[in-house]
Design a protein around this ligand. Sequence first.
Ligand SMILES: CC(C)=CCNc1ncnc2c1ncn2[C@@H]1O[C@H](COP(=O)(O)O)[C@@H](O)[C@H]1O
Length: 263
Amino acid sequence: MTEEAKHKQTRSAGPLTYRGDSIPRTTTDQRLLDRRGPSDWVHTDPWRVLRIQSEVVEGFGLLSEMPSAVSVFGSARIQPGTPYYELGVQVGRKIAEAGYATVTGGGPGMMEAANKGAQEAGGLSVGLGIELPFEQNLNPYIDMGVTFRYFFVRKLMFVKYSQAFVVLPGGFGTLDELFEAATLVQTDKVTRFPVVLVGTEFWGGLEKWARESLLENGLIKPGDMDLLRMTDDPDEVVEIIKKAHLDIAHRENGSGEGAGPEQ
Ligand SMILES: CC(C)=CCNc1ncnc2c1ncn2[C@@H]1O[C@H](COP(=O)(O)O)[C@@H](O)[C@H]1O
């Protein structure tokens, strides 16, 4: 081939154009498909950043068209047939009857109870699962589910795609979710967010401790205690949420328009 003919040769690679000596010896597909280099880069932070990104993309994709929703948190360990489990079922049922989707952590116990109640009442039942060191599937009462690798990405989804938090009896995981919500509300990071604790006997001790230790030592302001509402009654859970959404809508646009779930 003459030098002139060689220089006229062109290769497009996506938006890129190569001519003459700059044309690579292989195509992008060949490099992708023909080679198998070292794989240690999949365990590096830059690659993890991409995995985190893909979780965010999948989560937003699944949830962005979900109707108004309430996230329900609670113990993974409470067994079916117990009074707390039945309370969880009733809470899920009332949330569904009020027209909200019910979102849980997708696991067993109180999460399963709320999903069961929501599904049985014909509501949309959603599970945002988490990869754990032991084998575990999403509970069987979920209509739409996704399992996350990263706790913090999953937490973002609960906050971004629900309009209220309901907290049933639970352990460390539940407390983490409760206090994350309380902190976001306290610091005005979320402005349209009722948080309802269900089970006065279970949560009463925590409330007393918060008043006696946090409030009396000036570690929270008096109004902060009002951020958390408490009840035993599944009907009241929904009334609190609907009223809070109505108040928020009044504050924002002078009418109740846009409050509550899209029916
Ligand atoms: C049997 C067992 C321990 C299963 C764990 N399986 C789980 N599956 C999904 N979410 C979970 C699980 N464990 C904890 N969580 C998260 O933490 C909360 C419950 O934690 P805990 O049981 O209260 O502290 C739930 O609201 C949930 O979001």
